[in-house]
Design a protein around this ligand. Sequence first.
Ligand SMILES: C=CC1=C(C)c2cc3[nH]c(cc4nc(cc5[nH]c(cc1n2)c(C)c5CCC(=O)O)C(CCC(=O)O)=C4C)c(C)c3C=C
Ligand SMILES: [Fe+2]
Ligand SMILES: [Fe+2]
Length: 326
Amino acid sequence: MSEAVLLLAHGTPNALGEMAEYLDKVTGGRAIPREVVEELQHRYRLIGLREEAGATPPPLTHWTLEQARLLERNFLANGLKTKVYVAMRNWHPYIADVIAQMRRDGVTQFRAVCLAPQNSRTSVGLYRKATLAAAEGIEVEFIAGWAEHPVLAEAFAEKLRKVWRPACDEAGRKVPVLFTAHSVPCRTVMGDSPDPYPVEAKATARLVAERMAGDGLTGLDCYFAFQSQGVSGGPWIGPTVEDTLKALREEGHAGVVIQPVGFLCDHVEILYDIDIAFKELAAKIGLELWRAESLNDSPLLIDALADVATGRYRAGVVETVAAAGV
Ligand SMILES: C=CC1=C(C)c2cc3[nH]c(cc4nc(cc5[nH]c(cc1n2)c(C)c5CCC(=O)O)C(CCC(=O)O)=C4C)c(C)c3C=C
Ligand SMILES: [Fe+2]
Ligand SMILES: [Fe+2]
């Protein structure tokens, strides 16, 4: 019997020319208007993507592979010889292809960890479906949600501390912190089995804020908003970051620190939505905007991932799917 860990991530195109095909995967084949494809190409161009794939992978792919490498190194340092695979739902390396490779490598059992700590049916739920569909005959332990892992919270607090104190010094007063997570369509958080996602996202933020109490941050300095509402129809949950920035300005604040707690590395929602679009809006309304660095290769993040990936941390939803047909 051979065991492994599979890290699951969103996936991102390597070149602008791949955008239409990528969006087709993200939306499950639903047609996307040409102007939306062009707008997304524009945003990805601003964060460094080119027409053709270059030697350097895009940030999401780069950091995801780096996190896997560091996790494997962490295992080795603790006497564990467990291989860490990386798969993406919406782009190469696709989940089905990676699991096929794992099968060829003789893996009979693996633990799947999503690089999205809060459980939502529109990201984690889709990763789960693709994983289980490809893993027939292999025993899978699927970890859906590790939003309240204390070391994850500490990893975020470490990054927040680095920017919040200097921001307060620069502003000459306490600067509010705006925690964010990706928005989801309203329909996913309503009905008989509402997604736990918004509650889990706020739980992560609360744990981070608690760890900042010693630095002088209080609950009254903290806000939460959902960012990057999608282009597909229907309402998405809020409050939006845009409305919250305007409200903070109207309340008399001159600056804000944003920390996205739903993402574990840099990608377009951080490098474009926050660093370009929200910064432009903030400048327009007279608000200074600082952003906490993404976790990327944070050693604390890798410690938290190791805990989840070895099963030492089991507070999230863990589902064991027995090997079919063996
Ligand atoms: C909790 C939910 C979601 C997370 C986390 C998330 C992360 C994430 N998304 C992208 C890139 C894109 N996502 C897009 C659409 C989209 N995303 C979600 C939810 C989460 N995404 C939903 C529900 C949808 C709508 C899907 C549909 O069928 O229409 C798109 C398409 C353009 C758009 O609608 O904005 C892109 C591109 C990344 C890179 C990412 C985190 C790494
Ligand atoms: Fe998305
Ligand atoms: Fe998005």
